[in-house]
Structure formats: C-alpha cells, structure tokens
Design a protein around this ligand. Structure first.
Ligand code: S3P
Length: 430
C-alpha cells in the first residue's frame, strides 16, 4: 500500500463491529439455547475463524452476504460436538484462549492450532489456571505455545479463585468460561481491570456473574438463552480515525456508533490528557454496552504519561497512540505495557524501529517506550510484520509525514478491518 501526505480528513464514518464482542457473540451464542441474532458483526478474518471453529463443532451459523448479520443456532452448554479435525484459529488469540476455556469442560478431546504468529504467543497463561481447575490441557510442543491438546472431561472441573499475574481479558475469559463447567464458583482477580465484555454478555444471556473491583466471579451451569446482540463499532478501529483527525491539520471527523465501554475507552482519556479537541455525543446503551459518537478536530497535542490501570483500557491502541505522540509537543512516556511484546508482533520493537525509520525520536524500554515528539516525520518503507495494528498505525503516520510511505504486507488489516484503506481514502480532502 502506497500512501502520500494528506491535506485534511473530513466527514462521517461508521467503523466495523467490535472484534472482542463479535467473537464473544458467536461463542456464547453457541453455548446458549436457541437463536442468537448478531447485527454489525465484524467480518474480519479473526472473527471468521471463530465462526469456522464453532461450525466445526456442529453449530449452525449463518451469515448474510455482507457479513454484518450472523445467526447462531445455540445448542446449550453441552451441545458442541467433537470436531473431526484440529480447530484452526488462524491469527486469533481471542479465539484460541476463550475457546480453550470452553473446550476444557466438554466431554470430548480436541486439538487447537493456528498460524505461525499464534504458535509463538504464550498459552501457558491459560494452561496454568485451567490445569489448576482440573483440566487436561497441554502444549503439544511442550513450549507453552500452540498447538494445544485438550482432553475435555465432563464434570471434572473445579471452581477456583484465580489470581492472574497479568491484566488480560483473554486469560480472565478463558477461566470464567471454564467456570461455566465447574463444581462451584470461579473467580479471577487481576492486577488491573481488563475489558469486561465476557461478563456483560454472559450476564445478559442469563449467567450469574459479578464484577467487584478487580475480581470477576461466575457460578456454574447457568441456563443461557439466545438473544439479539447489536455489536457496537470497534473503538480500536475508531482509534485510527481519532489519531488522523487530531494530527492532520484542517481535519474534522465524526465517528458514529462507537463502543465506549469504560474498560476500553482509555484512548479517549489519553487524548484529553494530550489536549485534544474531542467530544462524545449521543451517549446511549445498546444491549449492555455503552455507545457514543466521537467528534475529533485537528488539535495541538502535548506529550503525556500512560501507565498503570490505564494500560489495559487502551492496550491495542498503543501503536497508534505512539504515532500521535510523534506529533505532540514534548515527551510521551508509555510504561507498564510489557504485554505489547506478546501481541501479533513485538509491538514495542516494531513501533520503535519503524517510527525511527520515519525520523521520530523513539526509544524502547523494558515495558514500553519513550517518544520525544514535535519533529516532522518523513515517508519510508514500513514492514507491518503481518500485524494489522502496525499496518493501520503507519497508514495514519504516512498521511501526516512528508513524501511517500510504502507499507509492506499491508493486506494483514483484513484481520480486524477489511476495507480500512477505502474508508480512510473516503475521508481525504484535496
Ligand atoms: C482481547 C483482549 C486483549 C486484546 C486483544 C483482544 C479480547 O488481549 O489485546 O486484541 O478480546 O479479550 P489480552 O487479553 O491478552 O490483553
């Protein structure tokens, strides 16, 4: 993908459905009884992997041609069937970790695998708590990574209190979903609160699940009932347009129907800290999730500090926040974000390397990065490392940089935002 410096971005946009919520709607719809009708489902490659895995376990899932409407015919907590082959999650960490939690409680065995990237990401973070619950789950290569072998056993799981060393919604959700099949309550306590979409959706479908401080607790064997679920726009996708609107002079963008769940809205808080002109309008609830329209205008930004409990609320937005920081006056310090190293790529290394290549002053640290902003960027050749969030972040950097930028393996954006480049082009004014 080749991009040039842009003059201004103007107009209105609706971003695709939230990736985290789309995954959960299919998985929980499969475990509920009856029909779950999902609208504004994200038709990105990751969520299609989730659909395929559950279809391979005997769940009927129908998609209309545009992909935005998906109908799941749920078969209840014990309605899944043993898959004929290994379940392939592709690039999707959410599918692998959440589905593994579910598989531990099933009366059959399964193998879970995926692409080269997912086979390098840590799975010991779910193997440890699930094993403690009595599950038989192993890394086949004995390296703490996928492929995983899960020998499900009905009635074998115990409810446990689990103290997670990381603030990770994927870990929390894997344990809570296994907790559906436990012999007593299961709770997960995290260092900081991570996104709570699993808890909100499970509660909506009929589970007894509570959040108190940094602890989520679920009671086993609920009767889940299918429901209509409207997926809000993904704030992680909106983040690219927020950043573009803020850093490109003359821009004004209205991003409609975006999920602004407080466990996900850290980018909005950081934008305000940086002095951004950003307004949230028309705030409302769809199902159990908060939604609003986000209006951004070009702003003079200043550097800021991002750390602690803020990190899990914007973890996927840090690459594009790092781009914003290059256009802010002064220093931006990102810390407590070592999790960035175990995403689809090592996002600390890849961001710092590519930003430096474009002329930014960026330094990697053990658990984040430091950016001295205020210098102009120049175009260059950027390797996305097949990481969708890296490709999209540098598309935004490219629009604000001098000259031309080429993004390699740019098509990896299909993971979370097919159509991203077209949507971006539609806002560029000459
Ligand atoms: C996700 C949780 C986050 C996030 C990922 C999606 C989820 O990962 O980075 O893109 O849907 O639960 P961690 O739970 O590993 O932090």
């Amino acid at each position: 993908m080749i991009l040039q410096k842009a003059n201004a971005l103007k107009g209105e946009i609706t971003v695709p459905g939230d990736k985290s919520i789309s995954h959960r709607a299919v998985m929980l719809g499969a475990l509920a009884e009856g029909i779950t009708e999902i609208t504004h489902f994200l038709g990105g490659a990751d969520c299609l992997s989730t659909i395929r895995c559950f279809q391979n376990m005997g769940i009927s899932i129908e998609k209309d041609p545009s992909g935005g409407r998906v109908v799941v015919s749920g078969r209840g907590l014990y309605g899944l069937k043993q898959p004929a082959d290994a379940l392939d999650v592709g690039n999707s960490g959410t599918t692998m970790r959440l589905m593994s939690g579910i598989l531990c409680g099933q009366p059959f065995s399964a193998t879970v695998t995926g692409d080269d990237s997912i086979k390098k990401r840590p799975m010991d973070r779910i193997i440890t708590p699930l094993t403690r619950m009595g599950a038989d789950i192993k890394s086949i290569g004995n390296n703490g990574c996928a492929p995983l072998s899960i020998k499900g056993r009905k009635g074998a799981l115990h409810g446990i209190p689990y103290q997670s060393p990381v603030a990770s919604a994927q870990v929390k959700s894997a344990v809570l979903l296994a907790g559906l099949y436990g012999d007593g309550p299961t709770s997960v306590t995290e260092p900081y609160v991570s996104r709570n979409h699993t808890e909100l959706m499970l509660r909506m479908l009929g589970a007894d699940i509570r959040n108190q401080g940094t602890t989520a607790t679920i009671l086993p064997e609920p009767r889940l009932r299918g429901a209509k679920i409207t997926v809000p726009g993904d704030i992680s996708s909106a983040a690219y347009f927020i950043a573009a609107g803020l850093i490109i002079p003359g821009s004004k963008i209205l991003i409609k129907d975006v999920g602004i769940n407080p466990t996900r809205d850290g980018i909005l808080r950081v934008c305000r800290q940086m002095g951004a002109q950003i307004e949230i309008e028309n705030i409302r609830n769809t199902d159990s999730e908060a939604v609003g329209d986000i209006l951004v205008r070009h702003s003079e930004l200043k550097g800021t500090k991002i750390d602690g409990s803020l990190i899990p609320t914007l973890i996927d937005e840090l690459p594009v926040i790092a781009v914003m920081a290059c256009f802010a006056k002064g220093k931006t310090v990102i810390k407590d974000a070592a999790e960035l190293k175990v995403k689809e790529s090592n996002r600390i290394d890849v961001m710092v390397r590519n930003l430096s290549l474009m002329g930014a002053k960026a330094t990697a640290t053990e658990d984040g990065m430091i950016i001295d902003g205020g210098k102009s960027l120049k175009g260059g050749i950027i390797d996305s490392k097949l990481d969708h969030r890296i490709a999209m972040s540098f598309a935004i950097a490219a629009l604000a940089a001098e000259g031309e930028t080429e993004i390699l393996k740019a098509e990896c954006i299909d993971i979370s935002y097919p159509g991203f480049y077209w949507d971006l082009k539609g806002l560029i004014r000459s």
